[in-house]
Design a protein around this ligand. Structure first.
Ligand SMILES: Cc1cc2nc3c(=O)[nH]c(=O)nc-3n(C[C@H](O)[C@H](O)[C@H](O)COP(=O)(O)O)c2cc1C
Length: 220
């Protein structure tokens, strides 16, 4: 297998080529908001989803719940939800920052061929509560980890993902008719990107630069 040197007792060992490729994948993963409307390969999508859901979860609770939104009327309701929430967000900024915010494209809801709304089931009995009693939020953290894997997996196939959080969760849950015990985590727009870049869009437009590791890392 390319990138894998040999098998050892501790499992596969990956070579430098793999490390270089994996680093490139991390560097080139982008939040995508402009999509080519051509459909993506269904087998690739399903393979990526199957791999993403073997990810780690607290107590192995696997609390992720996915709603693939195909219905046009429901898609329109999500888009309307975004437009309302985005208008409220815009009103929070002033001056030049408001102008910059107003010029940003903050969702690919108008063109992404695939849309998946992701929820966490906070009441699941799978995993028997292990680890989630002390930290109930660990269930949502598990879902976020799965979503990040999906982001990378799709990108490795040249497919972009855009995470939309500028939405009112209660309205979204109602419009998708999901059980009351599911909590919204994020809405994912998926499709081939119109452009690719190593630079995040919010960095390119001057909204927010990247910080350095030293800005986050404490030594004690
Ligand atoms: C939890 C989460 C929520 C996000 N919500 C939005 C959103 O509503 N709209 C948007 O355009 N980007 C959203 N993003 C994307 C971020 O803006 C993006 O990840 C960040 O600017 C860094 O860019 P990059 O992902 O291309 O590296 C979200 C990302 C995360 C992780």
């Amino acid at each position: 297998m390319t990138g894998m040197k040999n098998q050892s007792k501790s499992g596969p060992v990956w070579d430098q080529n793999f490390h270089d490729d994996f680093a490139r994948l991390l560097q080139w993963r982008r939040d995508v908001r402009r999509f080519d409307t051509r459909p993506i390969d269904e087998d690739i999508l399903i393979d990526c989803l199957r791999l993403a859901v073997i990810g780690p979860s607290v107590g192995n609770a696997q609390p992720w719940r996915l709603v693939r939104v195909r219905n046009e009327a429901r898609r329109q309701k999500i888009y309307d939800n975004f437009k309302r929430a985005n208008a409220d967000e815009l009103a929070c900024y002033e001056g030049e920052q408001r102008m910059t915010y107003g010029a940003l494209k903050l969702a690919g809801l108008d063109d992404a061929p695939v849309q998946i709304s992701v929820f966490v089931d906070n009441t699941t009995t799978v995993g028997h509560g292990l680890g989630a009693r002390t930290m109930p939020e660990a269930l949502a953290y598990s879902v976020v980890g799965m979503m990040n894997s999906l982001w990378l997996l799709l990108r490795s196939h040249g497919i972009g993902l855009g995470w939309v959080s500028i939405l009112t969760p209660d309205d979204l849950g109602r419009d998708l008719d999901v059980p009351d015990n599911w909590t919204f985590v994020g809405h994912l727009c998926i499709g081939y990107p119109m452009q690719t870049s190593v630079t995040p869009e919010l960095v390119a437009c001057g909204w927010q630069d990247r910080l350095d590791l030293e800005d986050f890392l404490l030594e004690r």
